[in-house]
Write a protein that binds this ligand. Sequence first.
Ligand code: SF4
Length: 325
Amino acid sequence: MTTKRIGFTTSLPIEVIYASGNVPIDLNNIFLSHDSTAHIHEAELKGFPRSLCSWIKGNFSAALNSDLDEVIGIVQGDCSNSNSLLEMIKEEGIPVYRFSYPHNREYSLMDREISRLEEHFSVSRKQSIEAKKWLDSIRKKLVELDRLCFLERRVSGKENHLWLVNSSDFQGYPQRFERELDEFLYQARQREPLPTRLRLGYLGVPPIFRDLYDIISGLGGDVIFNEVQRQFSMPYLVEDLVEQYLIYTYPYSVLGRLHDIQEQIQIRKLNGIISYTQAFCHLQIDNLLLKKHISLPFLNLEGDLPEELDSRTILRLESFFEVHA
Ligand code: SF4
């Protein structure tokens, strides 16, 4: 059987894809780790408007340039642009598949959606659960990495961000990912704890800015909680595959996210929040509720293009540190 490369637009039950012997590829990670400006330019040449989220344009070009056999789009529980993005990808000759998170978090609907995916890839539930056990043994190590970040401070916020964000697809090679993770954890445990003036929570989709974490640590603070990236790593380690994708907060109501954030604010003893929103993204509306219900100092940063922080944003960060550190 030939191994297929399956692109996807946000986290989904990758257990099913690994169980089928194929390789899941998170298009967002491809977009940011390659020439992202060129990816955006390519999409705009195809007619994508300037006033559209850069991740959508990046995902489109990443899909076209990654030698994919299929793209799975999450059409409920992720992005309001997903359906149209899939139509454009299909138009370019790449087969597409639609996956939905049930809006009301109903167990039977999630179960049915995973079964449909299993049928699509000719995989049994038993095989998916075997794959889950394998991936969970790696996720357990990511939970330890996260603990080394917030409790022992031997892992920086940037390192935490990179490992967790890449766990959405384990970079297509879980064995290699685990080997490198073992090596990283071994090195991290030997370090002295990092001094940190301000313990921050980072909320929202991963930043499109290239240097946000470096600027924050240059100011003497660090990100002790990467909210959505941690969700990508499926940190709860529950046995039930269906339940795993019901307690994953990102696809559902912002109130579920808020509950998780409030809990982590206490556990991680955070002093402030950086909430990131992407230009032209509907999640900016959810951000209003996060700001309303979180009582810590709250700084909202908006990004558009994959570039370094602009001077105005750096000044806002500096003022935030002056007042709260
Ligand atoms: S940042 Fe918002 S608009 Fe952009 S792809 Fe993600 S959910 Fe969609």
